[in-house]
Design a binder for this molecule. Structure first.
Ligand SMILES: N[C@@H](CCC(=O)N[C@@H](CS)C(=O)NCC(=O)O)C(=O)O
Length: 202
């Protein structure tokens, strides 16, 4: 397997977390999105959206971190069910995972990730508006995690890995978690999972 990847990308970090936690071997192909390397003709020829992460597995090319998490969980998530512990097989559990993937693709991406991108990489986003959207997402996480250890069910799923990176990077978006004790506890639980590897430079 090959992961087209940038160390400082939270979306790529999600995928690396699951690959590492599943103990899968993969080659990392560095693509520096902060320097426009996603927009070359060569890269766009393999990635429809011209974005990382992109996973190559045999002949398959999968773009979007959420889709990649889903694929890895279904394909390699472990014996016993299609997805193993990372992706519940029952309709309600699967829908609950999809809800949190939606949060990661909306409030956390258009909020936290974009505020970070503006502050750390000089991207032209409205920092205050993005921070407000990110805080709204974090408030929803806090509500869930005040009553539960994990976002879905009783153990870690791809929902946790999808939401984790940009919340763990919230300080780089200048969004404080001081009044979010349940979220801070959950960040520590994710970081204690076997196979966890931090983003370099954090
Ligand atoms: N929804 C996508 C977002 C991917 C994304 O925004 N990737 C960024 C890096 S974190 C990227 O490739 N940006 C460069 C570009 O759009 O040219 C996902 O979850 O994979």
């Amino acid at each position: 397997m090959r992961l087209y990847d940038f160390e400082r990308s939270g979306n790529c970090w999600k995928v690396r977390l699951l690959l590492d936690m599943l103990g899968l071997d993969y080659e990392r192909v560095p693509v520096d999105s902060s320097r426009g390397e996603t927009q070359t003709e060569a890269f766009k020829a393999i990635s429809l959206r011209g974005q990382i992460p992109l996973l190559a597995d045999g002949d398959a090319r999968i773009w979007d971190s959420q889709a990649i998490l889903f694929y890895l969980a279904r394909r390699y998530g472990g014996p016993g069910s299609a997805g193993g512990p990372w992706l519940p097989a029952d309709p309600l559990g699967e829908a609950q995972v999809l809800q949190w993937l939606a949060l990661s693709e909306n409030e956390l991406l258009y909020g936290l990730a974009r505020a970070r991108s503006a502050l750390q990489f000089g991207r032209p986003f409205d920092v205050a508006a993005c921070q407000a959207e990110g805080r709204a997402g974090i408030a929803l996480l806090e509500q869930r995690l005040a009553e539960h250890d994990w976002l879905v069910g009783d153990g870690a799923t791809i929902a946790d890995l999808a939401c984790y990176p940009y919340v763990a990077l919230a300080h780089e978006a200048q969004v404080a978690l001081d009044d979010r004790p349940a979220v801070r506890g959950w960040l520590a639980r994710v970081a204690a999972l076997p196979g966890y590897r931090a983003m370099q430079g954090l």
